[in-house]
Design a protein around this ligand. Sequence first.
Ligand code: ZN
Length: 428
Amino acid sequence: MTLDKELRDRILKAVEDGFDEQVAFTRDLVRMPSLRGREHAVQDYLFTAMKDRGLAMDRFAMDRDAIERHPGGSKFSDQHSEAPIVVGIHRPAEEKGRSLILQSHVDVVPEGLPEMWSDPPFSGAIKGDWMYGRGAGDMKAGAAANIFAFDALARIGLRPAATVYVQSVVEEESTGNGALQTFLEGYTADAVLIPEPEDEKLVRANTGVLWFQVKLRGVPVHVREMGEGANAIDAAYRVAGALREMEARWNDEKGEHPHFEEEPHPINLNIGKIAGGDWASSVPSWCTIDVRVSIYPGRSAEDAAREIESCVADFAKTDAFLSNNPPEVVFNGFFAEGYVLEPGSEAEAVLGRAHEAAIGAPLESFVTAGYLDTRVYALYNKIPALCYGPISQNIHGIDERVNLPSVKRITQAMALFIAEWCGVEDAR
Ligand code: ZN
């Protein structure tokens, strides 16, 4: 049932009326530096915020064995977060509509060099239309929007006429195991909406992502004899060159992958971290590079992993030093496949109407080349998985910021989406 104009206008206004409070709430979230493994405080904050709103609460830990057994499970490492996953549950008086998951992640990536930021990285400073801070866009604005879209209905005496799960997860920036754990706990619904910072567009297709390390070992000598020594850092450069050739091959195959044919460079391989050596005057005996690479939807992570291993092993055989010291490849995080949101779902139609009413233009879709938790819901829950959220800039970069007028518009669209998808009943 589509929403009548009178109800639509009341919902739009209800979001507007709560927006100052929503901005303050978002800033509270940004001010909590919830780096990987340090998400406990923000999860407690969200637990309390949802409990205060009358939601039934659930909180659980990752089940490492179950995740490792599941084909969508990513690899564990010492850095894996042990923070809990939090779910707020709304049950209607009578289940009349379609159920919904609203999901967000609270983990944020490292801030980089603080002195490069205009304000401290976790300031939540507001300048003009923008709120600044690591995680402001990715995705604390979305975490707050999930709750405030819900609040907007309450503000006008309504609530969803179907079960709604508000999930706050961790590990989205490194494994996606938080989202997978919600699935393993048995949570599912008729659709999911994840308000990642997607510039007010809907994600049509999304690559998978793998993380791996290449570990090199060499023979340490004094630099005056370095002709005889094997420099592990130099060797890492050569391995990186071989990986770049693999990246180029994968990009050359884009024509075979629907939704990615028009993308200029759909596969990005990032050498994100390098560590090695001990002393300026000693030839380094070790070097480790941390790499992230994307894969097309439909390709299994296992298959891509075998190709990465062969790429490194085959190159090593051609290299005088590496052939005697074969590098080791270790998968230590994302081991995740991509997904496609097939057009034509009823969920997409409802979001399209909500978007048009809130934003005044048709909903556009696009493809993204980064990891999204939406893949868990698309691939394993097998439900319409909508990733759609506000305009942001510099996520994962310096001076990350989210556009506040955009946050208001997408919260309005989300509130309208909930009202139409779930239906509404009187809050008693
Ligand atoms: Zn994100």
